[in-house]
Design a protein around this ligand. Structure first.
Ligand SMILES: C[S@@+](CC[C@H](N)C(=O)[O-])C[C@H]1O[C@@H](n2cnc3c(N)ncnc32)[C@H](O)[C@@H]1O
Length: 252
């Protein structure tokens, strides 16, 4: 049975003490076995909520992806913890989105956490178009440079655009939508709802929508969280509190 708004939460016991330094994102925060076990627990929750078909993934492929990104990417800072990095990659590896859009990708790290399940040394399936959208041209250029270092094919690409407009005009059903834009002008993180509303009719049945910062930006995301936790809009939604930032995982 799908998990509704009341039951829709996964909370790691140490979510508030598991902390990263954003300028040293690859420092080991815990033994690898802990990270794997926590992500396995999240997957079991999402399978129970009927949001994922199973919880199986190739851990060696993920390790190859992580190593390549650490070696190649220029990452000035990121708040994506190793647990989040693994979870986002795994959600893509399990659901195999043919078309994926990531909104607000900054230097490209969050984008490759998603796209790296289909391109580069961690590829586990063939995708058609994986697009990262970044509104700041200089960030989009760096992200595109980073991505090209591990994906020579161009299946994964980063463009300079406003994500609200890109999803509205996207020419195929979107199988996975990742939200991490912090808006501009007065829009802030509230822009997640604007992007989702623009994309809503273009989401394929069962599409996953992943929203970073469901914990530390919960207040600013109140409208968004209310929308995705309403069974009229999404079939299920789980707030995955595996670190102090959180990831709301919702299924269309
Ligand atoms: C704070 S960053 C995300 C960083 C990510 N959470 C991490 O820890 O690595 C958010 C990005 O969204 C971009 N952005 C803001 N509004 C946007 C929009 N409307 N469309 C696309 N990108 C946008 C910003 O320029 C910024 O680079």
């Amino acid at each position: 049975m799908a998990i509704g708004p009341v039951d829709g939460e996964f909370r790691a016991g140490d979510w508030d003490t598991y902390k990263m330094a954003t300028r040293e994102p690859f420092v080991e925060l815990e033994p690898l076995a802990n990270e794997i076990a926590i992500v396995d627990e999240v997957l079991a929750t999402l399978v129970a909520a009927e949001m994922l078909p199973d919880a199986d993934y190739d851990g060696e492929r993920f390790a190859a992806h992580r190593a390549a990104v650490r070696e190649a990417f220029e990452i000035p800072w990121t708040a994506i913890s190793p647990r989040q990095e693994r979870l986002i990659w795994v959600l893509n590896a399990i659901t195999r989105p043919t078309h994926m859009v990531a909104a607000g990708v900054f230097c490209g790290f969050t984008f490759i956490c998603n796209a790296g399940a289909a391109v580069g040394p961690g590829a586990t399936f063939e995708a058609e178009d994986l697009v990262g959208v970044e509104i700041k041209p200089e960030e989009a250029e760096r992200a595109e440079r980073n991505v090209r270092l591990i994906d020579p094919t161009g299946v994964a690409r980063v463009i300079t655009e406003d994500a609200v407009e890109v999803v509205a005009d996207y020419p195929a059903p979107i199988d996975l939508l990742y939200l991490d834009a912090n808006g501009d002008r007065d829009r802030g993180k509230g822009i997640y709802l604007e992007i989702l509303e623009s994309a809503y009719d273009r989401l394929s049945p069962g599409a996953l929508v992943l929203a970073h910062n469901s914990v530390n930006a919960a207040e600013k995301l109140a409208g968004y969280l209310q929308f995705v936790r309403d069974p009229e809009h999404m079939t299920a939604s789980v707030n995955v509190i595996l670190d102090s930032e959180g990831l709301e995982v919702s299924a269309r």
